[in-house]
Write a protein that binds this ligand. Structure first.
Ligand code: 5GP
Ligand code: ZN
Length: 112
């Protein structure tokens, strides 16, 4: 039994608004969207953060990254999108399961 919030979402134990799923990744809407479109791309296996990646994850990370433009377009982001990966407390990571944010559309926040 895992204590990880995103593992529970992937398992369907906590409801989520699913956008896409395949054998390796799960994509869902952020519950507190910071822009008109805000989705999260997560690996189905539990990896805490970028800090825990090793060579065995190379194909998985490549696959996730290559999928980002298609996922953004599926949400209507035809002119571009923002990708964010927060790592560790110093990077503002709140959920300790690696995730890529895709943001875009109206109300896209700036960096300050
Ligand atoms: P982090 O700050 O770790 O990079 O991002 C975590 C994200 O997960 C936040 O944007 C937050 O709104 C989102 N989040 C937290 N709890 C839940 C939840 O229960 N469901 C969904 N869909 N998103 C969540
Ligand atoms: Zn997890």
């Amino acid at each position: 039994m895992t204590d990880c919030l995103f593992c529970k979402i992937i398992a369907g134990d906590i409801p989520s608004s699913k956008v896409y799923e395949d054998e390796q990744i799960y994509v869902f809407k952020d519950i507190y969207p910071k822009a008109e479109v805000h989705i999260l791309v997560v690996p189905k296996i539990h990896i805490k953060s970028l800090d825990e990646l090793n060579g065995e994850h190379q194909d998985l990370i490549a696959k996730m990254t290559l999928k980002l433009p298609e996922l953004a377009r599926s949400q209507g982001l035809d002119t571009g999108f923002r990708t964010i990966i927060n790592t560790g407390p110093g990077g503002g990571q709140e959920v300790d399961h690696l995730h890529m944010h895709i943001l875009g559309g109206k109300n896209l926040p700036g960096f300050k």
